[in-house]
Design a protein around this ligand. Structure first.
Ligand SMILES: Nc1nc2c(ncn2[C@@H]2O[C@H](COP(=O)(O)OP(=O)(O)OP(=O)(O)O)[C@@H](O)[C@H]2O)c(=O)[nH]1
Ligand SMILES: [Mg+2]
Length: 246
């Protein structure tokens, strides 16, 4: 199974080369797609240098910081056109341990999408996180999960492995949320369309290099936008799999 890992980057110059070599040591048929938003720290140039060394790595350069939603949607389209059988979403900052990808791949045999999950038995977030950030993450997740009635446990994780067929069945043009809520929206859409969702426990480490951008304000905005996700897909809630594309 050919897997394309999409790595969105914004100022990840320190992390990217190490992540790329960690990914290429896995015994999987793995291709990488870096989507860089003209990072001021030169991540895009570093990605190009890595792509010259290994042709399994490709780079999409964008003109500026256009956000995670469009980075992923462009990445998905590219990976599907390129013939990927499965597509992985992974952060560049080592919060998502590459060593978990084989277990996720194994579980993808039984599910339409597999999540790297902090909130199932055996999963955890970095214990060095301050208490407020841990509480905010757990509460944000519980809040979105409860409002949307989602039957799985980590609805905000950015570590996900999709089967090609699952991505092909999602109406990308309906996905409008940006930032973190984009991840919630995609998970909700997959659930409304009755795709099966598996979870592998992960330990979510704090970013290795670089400064965290997470704040209470970002989380509060995301919480309000959970309700618009709920409202926007009211037509799909009862149609289920008959509403799938492809
Ligand atoms: N291309 C692109 N990548 C982005 C953008 N925003 C964030 N990223 C990348 O998306 C991934 C997740 O973002 P992070 O900033 O790590 O988000 P987080 O883990 O919730 O917060 P941190 O505490 O800052 O690590 C990282 O690889 C970022 O470099 C963006 O606007 N465009
Ligand atoms: Mg991060």
């Amino acid at each position: 199974m050919r897997i394309t890992a999409i790595i969105p980057t914004y100022n990840e110059a320190e992390n990217l080369p190490k992540l790329v070599s960690a990914l290429f040591t896995l015994s999987l048929d793995l291709h990488l797609l870096v989507v860089d938003d003209n990072s001021p720290d030169g991540t895009g140039r570093i990605a190009d240098e890595l792509a010259n060394v290994d042709k399994r790595l490709r780079v999409l350069h964008r003109t500026g910081k256009l956000g995670l939603r469009s980075a992923y949607l462009e990445g998905f389209r590219f990976a599907l056109d390129d013939g990927a059988d499965a597509v992985l979403q992974i952060d560049a900052d080592f919060s998502h341990d590459p060593a978990k990808i084989p277990a996720m791949t194994e579980l993808l045999k039984s599910y339409d999408v597999v999540l790297g999950s902090r909130y199932v038995k055996g999963g955890a977030v970095d214990e060095r996180w301050p208490r407020w950030r841990r509480a905010l993450s757990a509460f944000g997740n519980f809040y979105a999960r409860t409002i949307l009635g989602l039957p799985f446990y980590d609805v905000t994780t950015g570590f996900r492995l999709w089967r090609r067929e699952t991505l092909n069945g999602l109406p990308f043009d309906r996905i409008h949320s940006s930032g973190y809520i984009f991840l919630v929206e995609m998970a909700y859409l997959a659930h409304c369309l009755e795709y099966t969702i598996g979870e592998v426990p992960i330990y979510f480490a704090d970013r290795r290099w670089g400064k965290s951008k997470m704040s209470f304000k970002i989380q509060a905005e995301a919480a309000a936008r959970v309700w618009s996700v709920w409202w926007n897909y009211r037509d799909l809630r009862h149609k289920g799999r008959t509403a799938r594309l492809g």
